[in-house]
Write a protein that binds this ligand. Structure first.
Ligand SMILES: [Zn+2]
Length: 139
């Protein structure tokens, strides 16, 4: 990434830039991780949660759809999917892979990229891209 220009996430606390990791919360009671970060655990309702926990950058595609209608200013079509990160978090995100190449269970990894400019700073957003092929886990 170009470090000469200043860059910041589209929303504070959503992810860190170097190394690229989404930031979630981790329950200190049951261990469940959440994204985006929450101030309580959605599984056991404990409020003993740690914030700003870097999540696994890789996961697999659980399900996906193609979005063909969007608010003005948003280019269509694009693909959205549920991704199961390796540390157990399931999240919804844009996937930068053509529809025909998407396959449930395929490896994906998080990727940060400029999505716009604001006050001379690059606004950085996240998408998921094809990840390294690896052995399928047996469940
Ligand atoms: Zn919990």
């Amino acid at each position: 990434m170009d470090t000469a220009r200043r860059a910041r996430p589209i929303r504070t606390g959503l992810f860190q830039i170097d190394p690229p990791r989404l930031l979630g919360s981790a329950c200190q009671n049951c261990g469940i991780r959440s994204f985006p970060a929450r101030d309580f655990c959605p599984a056991c309702l404990s409020d003993d949660v740690e914030a700003n926990v870097p999540l696994s950058p890789s996961g697999t595609l659980y399900s996906f759809t193609t979005v063909r209608q969007a608010p003005p200013g948003r280019k269509t079509p694009y693909n959205l999917g549920y991704i199961d990160l390796d540390d157990g978090v399931r999240l919804l995100a844009q996937i930068d892979i053509t529809h025909d190449e998407l396959e449930i269970g395929m490896p994906l990894q998080v990727n940060l990229r400029p999505v716009g400019m604001q006050e001379d700073e690059d606004l950085i957003g996240y998408v998921f891209v094809r990840g390294e092929a690896r052995e399928r886990s047996v469940r």
